[in-house]
Every structure is written in C-alpha cells, then in structure tokens.
Design a protein around this ligand. Structure first.
Ligand SMILES: Nc1ncnc2c1ncn2[C@@H]1O[C@H](COP(=O)(O)OP(=O)(O)OP(=O)(O)O)[C@@H](O)[C@H]1O
Ligand SMILES: [Mg+2]
Length: 277
C-alpha cells in the first residue's frame, strides 16, 4: 500500500501541535493513527513531546528504547520502534529529542541515516510535538510537511494557538495551517472558534492561511477509555469522538501533500538541524 504522496521514499510528515497544553493532541494523534491504519495507511507516530511524552501510555505499550539510543548509535530505528496491536508504529522520544541543537556531527548522521529507513515502513508520519513555543516544538513544526493545530474553545487555548502560528509564520515562514477544534459540543461551536482565530489571523498576520480541518466533540467515552488504559477506538468505536476522528482520517488520507514541500524523509531531520542552527 502506497501513501498518497505516491513515491515510496516520501512519507508525509504531519506535525500535530498546540499553543496550550492539554487540549487533546496526543489523543488526536493516537486515534488518527488508528483510523488511518484502518484506511490502509502505514502510520508511524513520532513522540516528540520532550516534556510529557505519553503516546506509549495512551497505547499501553512499554518501549525499551528511545530516540536517544539511535542518536548514540546503540540501536537501529527498527529496534527502537514499537508496534501497537493496531499496527501503528511508535518512535518513543524520551528525552532524546531535547538536545537536538547540541548533537555532534556523528550523532546527527546516526539520526539521518536511520530516519531514511522510515520510508520503508511509513506512508504517514504523525509527530506529536508537544505544546507551546519552545524551540523543539517550533523545529518539529518547521521540518514537517503539514501542520495541524489543535485548539479548544477556551480563550487561553485560542490566544496561545494564535501566538504559536504567529511565531511559526514569522520565524519559519509557515503559511498554511489546518485547525482542528477539540472538546466542543457542536460543529457550530467549533466554527465559531475557527471564525475568531481565522479572523484574528486575517487581520494581523496576512498571507497566512488557516483551514478549518474538522472538530472532535467533547466525549465522556474518551475519558472512560483513558481510565481503562484504552483508546476510544478500542473502547467505544461508535462514540462521537471516534466517529469524527474517523472522518478526519479520511480527510488526511485524501489530502495531497502541498506543492513545494519536500517530502523526502531524510530531509525532515536535516530541516530540524537547520531550524536548530
Ligand atoms: N474529545 C475529548 N473529549 C473529552 N475529553 C477529552 C477529549 N480530548 C481530550 N480529552 C481529555 O483531555 C486530556 C488530555 O488530552 P491529551 O493528553 O491528548 O492532551 P495533550 O494536548 O496531548 O496534552 P499535553 O500538552 O500535556 O501533551 C485527556 O486525558 C482526556 O481526558
Ligand atoms: Mg500530549
């Protein structure tokens, strides 16, 4: 099965990010990954949240190694990745991503050559970047082909999402963002969040496009799944949030990589090093 990007050497790298923490990034990444797998895509999650990496907890898997073992040359990517029962592969970040700016040339080479092998196993790479405007969040966004921003209707989540996109546009030239609004009661509510954020961007940022990408309803079933150490797809596949994430996955699977982006996975890491310079 090939990715929508066509060429085997070019998995799409999609950053999932937010201004404010706790808005549902990791759950969105995890569920989206499962839904995309059901659509026949080969999905790898990169857990790049250097603060509270928790994709492994969400999937209830216990990785033995993390990206640090690749950087040091002790392990290969295929030894570090863990595969969930859904067939989703996870690259645990651990603290390994925290010091990308200080890597030696040899360590960078280890990462670059191992990441090249991702092309053999992935159509889509989802990066859980963590929240905020710390340099790591910015680097991972800058290096990715697409940028999905998650926000809720909370005012602080909206202003923080704006602040993040402003920095990414100003300092990294990112001009296109896809907005997913989480934990709302209706699509109407989601659209009003989109209208206020999109309106502010039009007024103050200019030349930056914010696409309405979809919404995920507030779903008590998702919280029950969390308590059961399960994902909403396993616990309540017919629940409102699983249904909407399924719809989102179809959108992701069908969307083409944006023109001008360089989908080569090897360049993903190179772009991170460039951004970190
Ligand atoms: N659609 C939803 N409906 C109800 N609760 C939700 C929903 N999405 C997320 N949550 C709740 O929000 C909590 C935080 O979600 P998650 O860990 O995915 O956020 P995050 O953005 O990754 O946080 P962090 O910034 O700390 O990494 C979840 O444990 C869950 O309880
Ligand atoms: Mg998270």
């Amino acid at each position: 099965m090939k990715g929508t990007s066509g060429d085997r050497s070019t998995p799409r790298v999609i950053a999932v990010t937010s201004g404010k923490g706790g808005v549902g990034k990791s759950h969105c990444v995890g569920s989206l990954a499962i839904a995309l797998t059901k659509l026949g895509k080969r999905v790898v999650i990169m857990d790049a949240d250097v603060g509270l990496a928790n994709i492994d907890i969400l999937f209830n898997v216990r990785p033995r190694y993390n990206i640090g073992h690749i950087i040091s040359g002790e392990k290969e990517l295929k030894e570090v990745m863990v595969t969930t029962k859904h067939g989703v592969k996870i690259i645990p970040g651990g603290s390994g991503f925290a010091n990308l700016t200080q890597l030696s040339d040899g360590e960078k080479l280890n990462l670059l050559s191992e990441f090249e092998t991702l092309a053999d196993v992935a159509d889509i790479v989802l990066v859980d970047t963590g929240a905020g405007i710390s340099s790591n969040v910015l680097y991972f966004n800058a290096a990715s082909d697409e940028n999905i921003v998650i926000a809720t209707r909370e005012p602080t989540s909206i202003t923080d999402a704006y602040a993040l996109m402003k920095v990414l546009a100003r300092d990294y030239g990112i001009r296109y963002f896809k907005l997913v609004i989480n934990m709302v009661n209706s699509e109407k509510e989601a659209k009003s969040v989109y209208a206020s954020l999109g309106g502010a961007m039009d007024r103050f940022l200019g030349n930056v496009v914010l696409e309405y990408y979809g919404y995920i309803p507030y779903d008590p079933q998702l919280q029950k799944a969390v308590l059961k150490r399960s994902t909403v797809f396993d616990y309540a596949p017919e629940s409102p949030s699983a249904t909407r994430i399924g719809a989102l996955a179809i959108k992701v699977a069908e969307s083409k990589i944006r023109p001008g982006s360089d989908g080569n996975i090897k360049f993903f890491m190179k772009r991170i090093f460039d951004a970190a310079r």
